[in-house]
Design a protein around this ligand. Sequence first.
Ligand code: GLN
Length: 565
Amino acid sequence: MAKYLFVTGGVVSALGKGIAAASLGNLLKARGLNVVLQKFDPYLNVDPGTMSPFQHGEVFVLEDGAECDLDLGHYERFTDTNHDQHNNLTSGRVYETILSNERKGEYLGRTVQVIPHVTDEIKKRITMSAEKNPDIDVVITEIGGTVGDIESLPFLEAIRQFRLDMPWNDTASVHLTLVPYIPTAGEIKTKPTQHSVRELRGIGIQPDFLMCRTIQPIGKEARSKIALFCNLPKENVFDGTDAKSIYEVPLNLHAQNFDGLLCQRFGLETEEPDISSWERMVKVILNPTDTVRIAIVGKYVELKDAYKSISESFVHAGIPNHVAVDQVWVDSEELEASDVGERRMKEIFEDCHGILIPGGFGDRGIEGKISAIRFARTNNIPFFGICLGLQCAMIEIGRDMVDLEKACSAEFDPTAAHQVINLMEEQKKIKNMGGTMRLGSWPCHLKPGSRAYFSYGQLEIAERHRHRYEVNNDYRDRFEEAGVVFSGTSPDGGLVEIMELPTHPFFVGVQFHPELKSRPHRPHPLFKSFVAAAVEHQNMCREDEAQRQAETDTDDESKSSRSEA
Ligand code: GLN
C-alpha cells in the first residue's frame, strides 16, 4: 500500500512548493523508496499547453507527450524519474471528465455536484499512479495555488475526505508558509503562518509538518511559538531559509531530519539515505572555478520561469565543465531596432561566449533572433538553437548562405516565397489548439562523425518535442550544398531533428527540447558540449587579449626606449 503526502502552500504564492515537494521526493528516493510526484492545479485550462508562458511559465513536456506544469520538471530533475500524463491534473481536466460522463448518462439521473462528483474524481486521481504501479511506496501530491483561494477548495476538500477514508499513518500533510522578516523591527513574524494554518484547519486539514520559508533562520523561540499556535510538535516545524542553489534544499531538509520524521510518520522503516554524491554535486555548483557568460535571446525574457528547464540545464552542464554559467537574457525585440548595427551587437553580446535561441511561437522578435544567429555564425561564437532556434537558424543560413533572400517560415509568413520551414504534413488538417502538436519522445538517428554524434556518443537517441513546423525537405539539398549537415533525422530520414555547421566552432540547431531531459547528475550531452565550446571560446578570447596586451606592452617599451635614446 502506498503512502500519500500532500503539499499545500499558504500566505503567498511562489514559495517554492514544487522544489520542496521535489526535495522530499529526492530524500525518500535516497532512502530506497519508490516515489512518484504529482501536481494538481486548480485552474480551468485542461492543461497548461494553451497558456502563454507569461501566464504560467514554461510548459514542461513528458515522455508520453503530456504538456505539464513546470513543477513536473523539478520532480524529474530531483528524482531522476520520468513521470506521465496522470501526474498533472487541472480542474479543467476534472470537469472535462465529469461533463463527458454526464453526457454519456453515467450518473444515472443524479444531480452532478462538486461534492461528491468532483471530489470523487479528484480522489480517484490521487491514487491512480499507485494503482497502476503497485511498486510505488510514496505518492507526493502538490496542490497548486494558495490556501484560501476559492478555486482550490474542491482539491482541499478531496484531501480532507481522503485522509478520513485512509488509515491515519497512510497520509500526511506538509504546509509551506511565509515567515516574513521585517527589517525595521529587526525580527521575523509568525502571524501570517498562524493565519494560514488556521485557514487550512478551517477546511478540515491539520498539517503534520510546516515548512517555513524565510530569509532569516526562524530560531528556537519562533519555532516553539509556531508549533504552539499551529497545533503541532515543534520538531515538525522546519526552517526553509532561502538557499543559494535549489539543489541545496534536499540537504537542508535532511539536516533537520525531515525525511526521517516523514518516514516515522508513515511507519516506513528505511536505511539512512546516502546523499554523498548529491552533496558533492552541490559543492561543485556552489564553488565553480570559473564563470562563462551565455546569452539567451528570447521573447519571454522578463519572466525567467518561461525558460526554467534551459536555466537548469546550464546549471547541470556547468558541473562537468567546472564553471558557473552566467545567463544573460536578451530581449529579441531589442535586436530588431533599425539602429542595431554590428557595433551595438558587439556591445549587447560583450563578454558572451555563447548564444542560445530557445523555443517559441509567433513572429514577434524573430528578426532579432535571426540577427543574433548571424552575429554568432559570422563571429565564430558558439551557437545553440532549440526548436524555434533551429528554425531561425535555417532562415538565417537560407538568406545568407543559400541565396534564398526571402527565406522564411510558414508560421511567420504563410505567403513567403521560400518557406524553408513549413507546417508538418499531419498538422495541416488540425483545427484544435490543445494537445495537438508533435509532442513527447521521438527516436532520432545520428550521423556518424557529426558533432551531435560525438556529443551523445551513440547513434540512436530519443528526445522530447513540442512543435508544429519542421525543416522543409524540398530545400535540404541546397542547404547541404552550402555546408549544412543534417546530423539527426527521424529513423526514416523524413524529418530533420538536428542541423549543424561543421566549419563553425559550435553551431547546432535541434528541433526537439533537450532541456527537458537534462538532470543534475546527467547533464544533457548537447548542453555539456555547448558550454564546453563556450569555455573554449572564452579561453581563446583571453589568450588573444593577453597577446594583444603583451604586444601593446612591447610597443610601449620600445617607444619609451627609443625616446630615452
Ligand atoms: N513555433 C514553432 C513550431 O511550432 C517552434 C515551436 C517551439 O519552439 N517549441 O514549430
